[in-house]
Design a binder for this molecule. Structure first.
Ligand SMILES: CC(C)(COP(=O)(O)OP(=O)(O)OC[C@H]1O[C@@H](n2cnc3c(N)ncnc32)[C@H](O)[C@@H]1OP(=O)(O)O)[C@@H](O)C(=O)NCCC(=O)NCCS
Length: 154
């Protein structure tokens, strides 16, 4: 059974650089902003989102464990005045552990954690080039609230 516990500082330090690189690659793939500035933009976003790193108020990070082994990572933000719903900034199941139900279990653990804190709505962003994640969210009852579209012009 999967359980979640707060991420340690060492785990944060190990995961965040790779996460920034993935965010930047996703932005480039989605055609957002100048590619050469993608990592710099992500650095700015992270500095704004996580001014106190792991200790930032309202930002919750967890490791997902199965039988004492870490299988994934979860980053949730609590609602703010500007965003009246909680937000999933990242869910990751480490590559060797995928397609065994851990992603679903991490999402359900996130929902439980938020319900226990009195939160009534949860949102997230998912890129069109990530159909597996989209399928996971849809199977859990998430509905599309907005959609960006793009077409390559030959
Ligand atoms: C998305 C992710 C968290 C899914 O984790 P997982 O543990 O493999 O997911 P689960 O085993 O719980 O899968 C649940 C369902 O999601 C869907 N799904 C998950 N991965 C899929 C894939 N690669 N292709 C198609 N469907 C997929 C399926 O419907 C699956 O149910 P099934 O296995 O019964 O068919 C994982 O692939 C991941 O960490 N990806 C990299 C990070 C990422 O993209 N995060 C999402 C950012 S929005």
């Amino acid at each position: 059974m999967l359980t979640i516990r707060p991420l340690s500082q060492a785990e944060y330090d190990a995961r965040i650089p790779a996460l920034k690189a993935e965010y930047a690659a996703d932005e480039v793939r989605a055609g957002r902003g100048a590619p050469q500035d993608a990592l710099a933009r992500v650095e700015q976003q992270f500095a704004a989102l996580l001014p106190d790193g792991l200790a930032t108020e309202g930002q919750l990070m967890f490791a997902g464990e199965v039988d004492g082994e870490v299988v994934g990572f979860l980053w949730i933000a609590l609602p703010t005045a500007d965003r009246p719903q909680a937000w999933i900034y990242e869910i990751q199941v480490d590559e060797a552990h995928r397609r065994r139900g851990h992603g679903r279990a991490l999402m359900l653990a996130a929902e439980d954690e938020l319900r226990a804190r009195g939160v009534t709505r949860l949102g997230l962003n998912v890129f069109g080039h990530n159909p597996g994640a989209r399928q996971l969210y849809e199977s859990l009852g998430f509905e599309t609230t907005s959609q960006q579209m793009s077409k390559a012009l030959e």
